[in-house]
Design a protein around this ligand. Structure first.
Ligand code: NAP
Length: 296
């Protein structure tokens, strides 16, 4: 398949490389062009503009946030203006439900197709083609895209025909991860201050009632105090909590824990933690209990 790939950050670079490895013809674009050359060395075709990357059957976007997706999609030489009729825009970024709705409408009006396919998994999973893809859109189109999802992930979950559902499901998952980071951080601050070894404590948790990847991954980062380089930056974590709250507001679903998490992320960012991994959120409780500041 001929695939345009827009956004070669922590996640996109690995995903695009795996599409190349799977034998697809990949037209790679990134706002900062240096990241394109690294991928070109692995066999991708450099695209100098968004419009050039749209000379394809499918264009995948893997960008930071709503603002970035709007910047490359709308406007004179954006995806909407450049993609051929019937070609597909696959949005893999974690974006708002509202933007996914706008993309669904505007692509349909332009005679193009739109599928939401956000992913679970950090950059190491992206590089290893082990992501979990949450896909929603027209069933025939999603079926056509299975070869794309197979190249980047270990399993695809089809969650509905309305693309926005995939974004809502993805956001709900990130809300749960952030809740785990906060509560695990509080539990670790408690036992840690009493002198319990954090690694041994984590081993106990993950060998008994908490044998889940979220506890293993984030517990490990917390126990080691390993917040740099960020696999998923704290400012993007705040973005996701904001989007969860917006979705809750639109559906009139109160999310009191999400409201708390928003303020916890603000505390982390105000303390200089913007570019730390979002797991540094879980280091706030130990800091508040008299320990070191996250990242120090
Ligand atoms: P990242 O490393 O910060 O990369 C962000 C990408 O967006 C870069 O390619 C960046 O281009 C581009 N970008 C930002 N603002 C832009 C703009 N205004 N116009 C054009 N391009 C712009 O982020 P990431 O960790 O790869 O995450 C990408 C998306 O995946 C996010 O929505 C995130 O929430 C989601 N996600 C992340 C993870 C994770 O663990 N990291 C896991 C699942 C989902 P430049 O290189 O020029 O800055």
């Amino acid at each position: 398949m001929r695939i345009g790939f827009i956004g070669l950050g922590n996640m996109g670079s690995g995903m695009a490389a795996n599409l190349v490895s799977a034998g697809h013809e990949v037209l790679a674009y990134n706002r900062s062009p240096d990241k394109v050359s690294a991928l070109a060395e692995r066999g991708a075709i450099p695209a100098a503009t968004v419009a050039a990357a749209c000379d394809a059957d499918v264009v995948v976007t893997m960008l930071a946030d709503d603002h970035a997706v709007e910047a490359v999609t709308f406007g004179d030489a954006g995806i909407l203006a450049s993609l051929q009729p019937n070609a597909v825009h696959v949005s893999a970024s974690t974006i708002s439900v509202a933007l996914a709705e706008r993309l669904t409408t505007e692509h349909a009006q332009a005679g193009q197709r739109f599928v939401s396919a956000p992913v679970f998994g950090r950059p190491d999973a992206a590089a290893a083609a082990k992501l979990f893809v949450v896909a929603a859109g027209d069933p025939g189109t999603v079926a056509d895209l299975q070869q794309v999802f197979d190249a980047i992930g270990q399993r695809t979950f089809e969650v509905g025909q309305d693309p926005t559902v995939a974004n809502l499901v993805k956001l709900s998952g990130n809300f749960l991860i952030a809740s785990v980071i906060e509560s695990l951080g509080e539990a670790m601050a408690l036992v840690g201050k009493a002198g319990v070894d954090k690694q041994a404590y984590l081993e106990l948790l993950t060998s008994t009632l908490f044998a889940a990847p979220a506890y293993r991954t984030y517990g490990g980062l917390l126990a080691r105090g390993e917040f740099e380089p960020a696999g998923f930056a704290a400012h993007l974590g705040l973005k996701d909590v904001r989007l969860v709250l917006a979705a809750g507001e639109a559906l009139e679903v109160p999310l009191p824990v999400a409201s708390l998490l928003r303020d916890r992320f603000l505390t982390l960012l105000a303390g200089g933690g913007r570019d730390l991994d979002w797991s540094a959120l879980g280091a706030l409780p130990a800091w508040e209990a008299g320990g070191p500041k996250p990242g120090h």
